[in-house]
Design a protein around this ligand. Structure first.
Ligand code: EPU
Length: 293
């Protein structure tokens, strides 16, 4: 069967995912698609289901490590205008899953809507952030969600309220669906005060995490009651390297790509970190980044 000519939407073959991840690491996607709207995405999902081809959706690629040999199946990006609209509805904002968080934060700041300032500087999309309930120590995007419009892998669209979703630390329970649109409940506030909060978050992030090299943010989830970064640091692992993958000297929960790192380097370094922390503290760190293989 000629898979390519049978696809319901235009596709590209063997697209290098290192170009679509903040790590700058990863082999090719067998097929790459950018559906133009929800109906094209539904057709693609239905086609993949029928042809037993795996469909994955990629956001900004800021929380994934793609294997060096790449992934089979279809990787779809929701970057078309229909997936990235941001609009205000009273004190709520309805935003497409493909919209970058930066655009959401800037929009809310201009509109005098407060609540999303802590998302400033996280290099993800709204859909990716909601899927992983992204956030900081004190806030997560799930706290703001009123409802989410999702599509299942048969192409059926439905609405899930926050109560049905059940967000928890770095987890949404929405792994089995594609997030299309999100409604966030915010509060009106003076735009100047919002800008000041954003600047505070930006300064704290610069000081605490640094930004000189490519990474996928924090590699491991925080164990209950402590910080993975603190534990890794206490093991003396800052600067530990496997190939060109290096534990950040600024924040020990960040692995940096110091140029040409391979996924296998990162995986080996993650294994070394987990073993060392387990030995020293008896705690097995759980990866926060998603590994695509
Ligand atoms: N710490 C160290 N050494 C380090 C890193 C941290 O001793 O190398 C100590 C800090 O001094 C601080 C404590 O550990 O006392 C906590 O550090 P930090 O404030 O950096 O927070 P974190 O728990 O390491 C979490 C999130 C980050 C988020 C920050 C800021 C997780 C896994 N990480 O980090 O999220 O930016 O809080 O609120 O939940 C991400 O998810 O990718 C991410 C970066």
């Amino acid at each position: 069967m000629n898979l390519r000519s049978n696809f319901p939407v235009p596709i590209k073959k063997r697209v290098r995912l290192c170009r679509h991840t903040t790590f700058g690491i990863g082999g090719p996607a067998q097929f790459w698609a950018e559906p133009g709207d929800v109906s094209e995405l539904a057709d693609l999902a239905a086609w993949c289901k029928k042809n037993r081809t795996r469909l994955r959706v990629i956001g900004a690629g800021s929380n994934i490590l793609v294997a060096d040999r790449g992934v089979s199946g279809v990787v779809a990006r929701l970057g078309a205008p229909g997936f990235t609209v941001v609009r205000r509805a009273g004190e709520r904002v309805i935003v497409g899953a493909g919209a970058p968080l930066a655009r959401l934060v800037a929009f809310c700041s201009r509109q005098g809507l407060s609540g999303v300032e802590f998302l400033h500087g996280i290099p993800g999309t709204v859909g990716g952030a909601v899927a992983g309930n992204a956030g900081t120590k004190d806030a997560a995007i799930g706290d703001l969600v009123e409802f989410v419009i999702v599509m299942d892998y048969n192409g059926r669209v439905s609405k899930r309220s926050a109560a049905d979703i059940g967000f928890s630390y770095r987890c949404s329970g929405l792994e089995d669906v594609i997030i299309l649109q999100v409604c966030l409940k915010l509060v009106g506030r003076d735009p100047g005060a919002i800008r000041r909060r954003i600047a505070e978050y930006a300064a704290a992030r610069r000081a605490g995490q640094g930004a000189a090299w490519r990474s996928a943010g924090c590699c491991f989830k925080n164990p209950r009651g402590t910080s993975a970064g603190r534990l890794i640091d206490a093991c003396g692992l800052k600067g530990r390297r496997c190939g060109s993958a290096v534990v950040s000297g600024v924040h020990a929960n960040f692995i940096l790509n110091k140029g040409g790192a391979r996924a296998s380097d990162v995986l080996m370094l993650m294994r070394c970190i987990r073993e060392t922390v387990k030995k020293r503290f008896g705690i097995l760190l759980e990866p926060e980044i998603k590994i695509w293989r």
